[in-house]
Design a protein around this ligand. Structure first.
Ligand code: ZN
Length: 488
């Protein structure tokens, strides 16, 4: 259903540098690309609408598990286009599945829509929060969820037109930025019948390859000491902050003696209440990452030893609360090949003069070498490597054949989780990248429905990469989703 409200952008964003007019121009460029592939025409026919949807989600950034407007908006669009929506799955109010068709094969697309804390930003090439301290779409998930939904609608129409058999399913997965909605959906068995997952992520290039993502693990380390007057009776106090400091200093020494590609980062979320009181409570939030989940498990034991050392040395007590735990991505050779060909067919895009100006201005804020202001050309190959982020789509890739790619929603040089990325995600540049993603997903999806041998190849490639290993996670199967993860 198309609501009148969602058809227009809020007044507060009128007059911003890149508005809906340039979105329409962008879509026209795709339409005039004169391809006669039916599914690409179907993407083009719905691109404006989902561009508006992506912008609306961008204007109302919501934190993980609290996507109370973004998730229903995507549900509504899919329902209006003939999908059967089941909302509130796996114990998460904003998680949903949207299904069309029945029987085999079952091909799935992934949609994320959560924002990041503190990255509120207008669609301008200088730091300008829309609302100071508020969340923002610094990872472009407003585009992620919308592109996959756009592709789903196009594939569904193509299935109907060609009488293609099988099930097409869109997974609305909350809290990718922490909390890991997909893991609870996996535990609930919602991916059990799926043959292949096609996924994508916003980035600064149009790129298909076999790149993986880092496994990560993290959580909160709480130290409990004894409060006392910091000057009059320090001998009677036991400082929880000392515990945190010794813990984190130990981690700094540990950093030298772990594999080079490891990442460890932390914040102190509570360091006491006043310097003249020996802190009875202190807390650190730490995340560690490595390309290999098994290697990370070993490193994590040593991180835990550092925390125990902090407690022992400071005479405090330490408690650990498990946070996000994502697996590295298991690439899929057969699906990557399908996606690579699909992206070649989808093609890239050009900047308008206004977009070029925006890109140049934005790149000036990045520092470092001057980059080309234009979007990168489509690059597809079978090279392997590890991207420097983590995602719960990694966990899905250990259970179901999965492949993912990036589309150039951000200006070249812009990395995710920045105000620059949040700015791009609200502009026509973001929406052009979104359409590249949808076109790629749509062509690949139709190919899988048309060719059962490709689905079989994806399964074989999956088994080969798995090599007898099984998905494992520290998130217990019966645990409840941490609904306050992003807000506490
Ligand atoms: Zn992301």
């Amino acid at each position: 259903m198309t609501s009148a409200k969602s058809d227009k952008l809020s007044d507060s964003h009128r007059g911003d540098m890149l508005n809906l007019t340039s979105l329409l121009l962008a879509t026209a460029a795709f339409l005039s690309a004169a391809d006669n592939d039916a599914v690409l025409a179907r993407v083009a026919a719905h691109a404006d609408r989902f561009g508006v949807v992506s912008r609306e989600i961008w204007e109302t950034p919501e934190l993980g598990f609290h996507e109370n407007k973004s998730s229903p908006l995507l549900q509504q669009e899919l329902r209006a286009n003939g999908f059967q929506v089941v909302a509130g799955v796996a114990g998460m109010p904003t998680a949903f599945t949207a299904t069309f068709g029945n029987g085999k094969p079952v091909i799935a697309l992934m949609g994320e829509f959560d924002a990041l804390p503190g990255l509120s930003q207008k669609d301008v090439p200088m730091l300008a929060p829309a609302q100071a301290g508020a969340p923002g779409h610094g990872c472009g998930h407003n585009l992620l969820g919308s592109a996959s939904a756009l592709a789903a609608v196009a594939i569904k129409e193509e299935m109907q037109a060609k009488g293609l058999k099988g099930t097409l399913r869109y997974y609305g997965t909350p809290a990718e930025e922490g909390g890991g909605g997909k893991i609870y959906m996996l535990h609930a068995g919602l991916f059990r019948d799926v043959d292949a997952v096609l996924a994508w992520h916003p980035g600064d290039s149009n790129r298909v390859n076999m790149s993986s993502l880092l496994a990560n693990n993290g959580g909160r380390f709480r130290f409990y000491g004894v409060a006392s007057h910091a000057a009059a009776a320090p001998d009677r106090g036991r400082s929880a902050l000392d515990g945190v400091m010794i813990f984190l200093n130990s981690v700094e020494y540990l950093r030298e003696h772990v594999p080079q590609e490891t990442r460890i980062h932390y914040i102190i979320t509570n360091g006491g209440s006043a310097p003249n009181i020996v802190p009875a409570f202190a807390e650190a939030n730490l995340v560690a990452r490595n390309p290999d989940a098994a290697v990370l498990a070993g490193i994590w034991e040593r991180v835990m030893d550092c925390a125990r050392a902090g407690a022992l040395a400071s005479g405090t007590r330490m408690e650990f609360e498990q946070g996000t735990n994502y697996s590295n991505v298991l690439p899929n050779d057969a699906l990557t090949e399908v996606l690579g060909r699909a992206m070649q067919k989808a093609g890239g895009y050009e900047y308008t003069p206004g977009e070029k100006t925006f890109a140049t201005e934005l790149q000036k804020t990045l520092g470092g070498p001057v980059r080309s202001p234009g979007p990168e050309k489509v690059r597809t190959d079978m090279s392997e490597g590890t991207g420097s982020a983590s995602s719960d789509s990694g966990d899905v890739s250990w259970v179901v054949p999965t492949a993912q790619f990036t589309a150039a929603t951000f200006v070249p040089g812009v990395s995710a989780h920045t105000w620059q990325a949040a700015a791009c995600a609200g502009t026509s540049i973001g929406r052009k990248g979104m359409v590249v993603a949808a076109r790629t997903l749509a062509v690949a999806g139709v190919e899988l429905f048309e060719n059962p041998s490709k689905v079989k190849a994806a399964h074989d490639a999956f088994e080969k990469r798995l090599d007898g290993r099984k998905w494992s996670t520290r998130i217990a199967p019966d645990s409840k989703p941490p609904m306050d993860y992003a807000t506490k």
